[in-house]
Design a protein around this ligand. Structure first.
Ligand code: SAM
Length: 274
């Protein structure tokens, strides 16, 4: 598979992630971040058919989950963003290879109740590691403020003087991750992408500068843009339309486009030439 684009820190392939994964060596990646298609008939506006037989879909998922676990370094981390219903199944697959760390619940607004079910208000992100994590950076988030008066919301127990000035410890519930649905906030028209804060936190928690992040489902390129910005190296792949990713990287990191990645490709791939 030939690279579609490179930067000084990254390399994007245009093709099938399973095919790329098969060309990758064992134990070579620090963090995997995956936001797969959910097989719910969503229109990705890039040619991808998001509705196949559920057994075929789950079999495909076990293959890429097992491959992504294989390429992780000992102590590396795997973040998998999906609906709770899917993540219950994905967790069962991951349990065979990796160690569970967290189920991170993320607020999801703008959904609706169906039939005799509860109103779904969260998506989830599984966080696993290959044995004990080799990197865990504890993040802090600003003390929540009232959106009417701007004052701090005193749900920290009232001991304001004992609070860390950098904020509160990041929890396993993230209330600030719902996609911006209003047109004025949309980053790119018609592109399926996560709010960057999601891959950003995953990368910051589990890697240090120059570590390598792999995302098998490029989409709008949120993971690659975030990794590049945080001075992490990255490897990506997208089966369908890659031009949104290219545009995004050009807009923000134009100068670095077309450069050779600064990490050894021989350590990662059986055979890739740029
Ligand atoms: C949910 S989107 C990822 C969005 C991305 N996390 C972002 O925030 O920009 C999933 C993407 O996976 C791509 N895809 C589906 N099957 C694939 C495969 N076998 N290999 C690589 N990419 C694939 C789809 O075309 C779609 O763009």
């Amino acid at each position: 598979m030939n690279p579609y684009l490179t930067t000084d820190r990254g390399i994007l392939f245009h093709g099938d992630c399973l095919e790329l994964l098969k060309s990758m060596k064992n134990n070579c990646i620090d963090t995997v971040f995956a936001d797969p298609p959910f097989n719910i008939g969503k229109d990705y506006k890039n040619g991808y058919d998001d509705k196949s037989n559920q057994d075929v879909y789950l079999d495909w998922c076990s293959q890429w989950i097992s491959e992504c676990s294989r390429i992780l370094k000992p102590g590396g981390s795997f973040f998998l963003y999906a609906t709770p219903e899917l993540n219950i199944k994905f967790g069962n697959i991951l349990n065979k290879y990796l160690q569970f760390r967290h189920w991170i619940a993320m607020s999801m607004k703008g959904t609706f109740r169906r039939g005799n079910r509860l109103y779904p208000a969260h998506y989830s992100m599984l966080y696993y590691s290959k044995g004990e994590p080799k990197t865990f950076n504890n993040l802090r988030t600003p003390i929540p403020k009232c959106r009417h008066c701007g004052g701090e919301i005193p749900d920290y127990g009232g001991h304001r003087n004992k609070m860390n000035p950098d904020g509160v410890n990041l929890m396993d519930f993230w209330p600030d991750t719902s996609p911006n649905r209003h047109k004025k906030f949309k980053v790119r028209e018609g592109v399926n992408e996560l709010k960057s804060i999601i891959p950003q936190r995953a990368i910051q928690i589990s890697t240090n500068e120059n570590d390598i992040v792999f995302d098998p489902f490029g989409g709008g390129g949120s993971t690659y843009q975030t990794a590049q910005k945080l001075n992490r190296n990255w490897i990506g792949v997208e089966l369908y339309d890659c031009h949104h990713i290219k545009k995004r990287m050009e807009d923000e990191f134009g100068l670095f486009l077309g450069r050779e990645p600064n990490f050894a490709l021989d350590d990662i791939f059986e055979a890739v030439s740029i």
